[in-house]
Design a protein around this ligand. Structure first.
Ligand code: FAD
Length: 432
């Protein structure tokens, strides 16, 4: 194939990572192709979702000012659920709305479609319904991709094909999707009048809320639920670790999991009268990020979920900001190495330097301890139960009245929990 027919960059996956990369390379005049297996960008993407813009501020191009965000998150809460009871910690703070810390709820079908339009406007070729079959590997280097049986040569290939990345597997970066390294995310979008959303979540017009829930609705599985308010809908969903789900028939089916979350009275009240317009399920990288996920052969740059760039802190999930940042950094690295004699190697080195100099690797490393801590099954049954039981005991005053009841509340909280285990969990938590 003649040199002129070789793409400067072939990007596999038209999600946030791939499209962010395409905007950078196309804007710099590089011949850029994005292969997306879905009917259009966004059609295969599922996200809770809330994107943190704070860490991205130094990286985002100007056009992101017009991104189709849903609501600016101004209210955060975390609930522990046990049976019909919930104990909630809530934060309302002006700080949340400041530019430096802003996060917005998003609907990926809209956001990815918009970002694809930006990439096309910058000059990229975005090719929907184009599933990449495999990378072309020659002498230990990736030199293109195969799409529908046709070989497409490229100087650099970006693996932005999500959590089940075929390219990462083909390049030997992982052994393929392993249940213990993945979580299952299920989500519904429930439409509701904007005024009702604001009333129910106690929001000013246009402002949004994010709510996380942990409790017995996951039937003891490590994971939790979420609610995000969009303009005229609520995203409700749950993310649970996949390995227990896949090993026994007793694990709840994904629908049952979502139904159990929606049956928590506090959640049911927020959704009541709404109409479910979309249901989707997707996997999420669950294992703490490993630096080896970047040890790709020359010619291949893994970005976003394809490199396992997700941090799950329990009270919030971050993946979208890492996807956008790594996509932009991959794009910048490819542009910077366009004149290098060995573009593939130069791009790889520049990409790693970019990641090291950004928040991406630092934040992913910092999340490792939390993600390991969150595998503790006591967080998903006994502790929410203890919190709800203690709070009930504390606030309950019967027909005969009662004295201040801190001791019984404590006793209630400790019922069924070994003091040693609680101590050990607290000891581990202090290191986070
Ligand atoms: C239920 C749920 C809730 C979440 N909530 C949040 C949240 O609130 N905040 C947050 O920051 N993150 C959240 N995440 C994580 C976040 O969605 C991901 O980290 C992010 O979408 C990663 O972006 P990406 O571009 O790397 O991958 P993706 O968005 O998965 O995009 C990959 C793209 O590649 C395409 N593709 C795959 N294989 C091929 C192929 N062979 N050929 C061509 N195209 C291919 C896919 O169709 C897709 O469009 C959540 C995830 C889930 C599942």
């Amino acid at each position: 194939m003649a040199e002129s027919e070789t793409f400067d960059v072939a990007i596999v996956g038209g999600g946030l990572a791939g499209l962010s990369c395409a905007c950078e390379t196309a804007k710099a005049g590089l011949v850029t192709a994005v292969f997306e297996r879905g009917a259009e960008c966004g059609s295969k993407n599922v996200s809770g979702g809330r994107i943190y813009l704070g860490p991205l501020r130094r990286l985002l191009p100007e056009f992101w000012r017009d991104a189709p965000f849903e609501r600016l998150v101004a209210r955060e809460s975390v609930s522990l659920a046990s049976g019909a009871a919930t104990t909630t910690i809530e934060l309302r703070a002006d700080e949340l709305a400041k530019d430096a810390f802003a996060s917005h709820t998003v609907l990926r079908a809209k956001l990815d479609k918009w970002l694809a339009e930006q990439a096309v406007a910058a000059g990229a070729m975005v090719l929907p319904e184009s599933r990449v079959d495999r990378p072309i590997v020659t002498d230990g280097r990736v030199s293109g991709v195969v799409v529908g049986g046709e070989e497409i040569p490229a100087h650099v290939v970006v693996a932005a094909d999500g959590a089940l990345s075929l390219l990462a597997k083909a390049a030997g970066l992982n052994a393929g999707p392993k249940p213990e390294r993945l979580a299952l995310g299920v989500k519904e979008i429930v439409t509701l009048d904007p005024g009702r959303i604001e009333d129910r979540f106690g929001l000013e017009p246009g402002r949004g809320a994010a709510r996380m829930l942990v409790g017995d609705f996951t039937k003891g599985l490590p994971g939790g639920g979420f609610l995000y308010t969009n303009k005229d809908s609520i995203s409700v969903g749950a993310v649970v670790r996949l390995d227990p789900l896949s090993t026994g028939p007793s694990g709840p089916e994904s629908h049952a999991l979502l139904d159990a979350l929606k049956a928590v009275p506090d959640v049911a009240r927020l959704l009541s009268g709404g109409t479910t317009v979309e249901y989707s399920a997707h996997v999420v990288p669950e294992a703490p990020f490993e630096r080896t996920a970047l040890d790709a052969p020359p010619g291949l740059l893994p970005a976003g979920d394809a490199a396992g760039m997700v941090a799950n802190y329990g009270f919030t999930v971050r993946g979208m900001d890492f996807a956008v940042a790594s996509g932009i950094l991959a794009g910048q690295a490819i542009v910077a190495s366009r004149e290098a004699p060995d573009r593939a190697t130069a791009a790889r080195e520049a990409y790693l330097r970019g990641l090291e100099g950004s928040f991406v690797l630092r934040d992913l490393a910092a999340a490792r301890g939390v993600m390991t801590f969150l595998h503790n099954p006591r967080l998903y049954g006994p502790y929410p139960q203890a919190a709800c039981a203690a709070a009930t005991e504390l606030f309950r005053v019967g027909p005969d009245g009662r004295p201040f009841a801190f001791k019984p509340a404590l006793a209630e909280a400790r019922r069924g929990l070994s003091a040693w285990r609680v101590f050990r969990d607290l000891w581990r938590a202090r290191k986070l």
